[in-house]
Design a protein around this ligand. Structure first.
Ligand code: BGC
Length: 255
């Protein structure tokens, strides 16, 4: 198995892309700590799906924007499974506010979860990986909007821009330790974050029309890439972002 014997943490793994990643990592042989913030029922559903299929996982509550809670997540994972090989900093949300209408709280909360969570998730995972030896994989779930403005979603775009540079800088810093740091930048994916758009037929059609493949991705599309990035096959890849967007960011409507 590609990830047999590996131990992973996935933050925000109770829904959306994080859920897909947690399931896929266990299917590839890893044991996964499923972090969730508020919804224990959803986390238990993911856990049941994994264990029902013969996979290995546990759930743990924690707010990734609070350093002490992230620290507890890493400590509990090592206590439960013995080590940490793969850290997936996935938890994130968006305020859908522009530069003109973002409140201080919109800015602080989006940056705290998306960027601070990934920053300290990277730091704590790297410290653990260095202590135990043998290198590791840190995967930051970013967005096409790390480099492509999303008007009306400014704090989110800013947080993802920060993740882009976190990935590059930490990737360089941690390379001597055998730890790779890679970003994954999804385009439009069928998850709760896009529920309002996908529930509106006109908006859904407009979104599909903006994607050359004509297809809104499923979490599995992103999870398959993450499995590869978590494996030894990606050993030469670090300090960069993989975009998975059906060609969305290369498209222009033309005349
Ligand atoms: C955002 C979505 C958006 C998608 C494509 C994602 O990162 O969270 O709101 O629809 O990018 O633009």
């Amino acid at each position: 198995m590609l990830l047999g014997g590996k131990i992973a943490i996935v933050t925000g793994a109770d829904s959306g892309i994080g859920r897909g990643i947690a399931v896929a990592l266990t299917q590839a042989g890893a044991a996964v700590m499923i972090n969730y913030h508020r919804n224990v029922e959803r986390a238990n559903t993911v856990l049941a799906e994994i264990t029902g299929a013969g996979g290995k996982a546990q759930i743990m509550q924690g707010d990734v924007s609070v350093l002490a809670e992230l620290n507890a997540l890493v400590t509990a994972t090592v206590a439960a499974f013995g080590r940490l090989d793969i850290m997936v900093n996935n938890a994130g949300f968006e305020s859908h506010t522009s530069i003109l209408d973002s409140s201080e709280d919109d800015f602080n909360s989006v940056i705290a979860v998306n960027l601070k969570g990934a920053f300290f998730g990277t730091q704590l995972a790297a410290r653990q990986m260095i202590n135990q030896g043998g290198g590791g994989r840190i995967i930051n779930i970013s967005s096409i909007h790390e480099d492509w403005p999303m008007p009306g979603n400014t704090p989110y775009s800013v947080s993802k821009g920060g993740i882009r540079m976190l990935t590059r800088t930490a990737g360089v810093e941690l390379a001597p330790h055998g730890i790779t740091v890679v970003g994954v930048g999804p385009g439009a994916v069928n998850t709760p974050i896009n529920a309002a758009t996908l529930a509106d037929p006109a908006k859904k059609a407009a979104l599909e029309g903006a994607i050359p493949t004509g297809r809104i991705a499923e979490p599995q599309d992103i999870a398959d890439l993450v499995v590869w990035l978590a494996s030894d096959q990606s050993r030469n890849v670090t300090a960069t972002t993989f975009i998975s967007d059906g060609g969305m960011t290369q498209y222009s409507a033309g005349l």
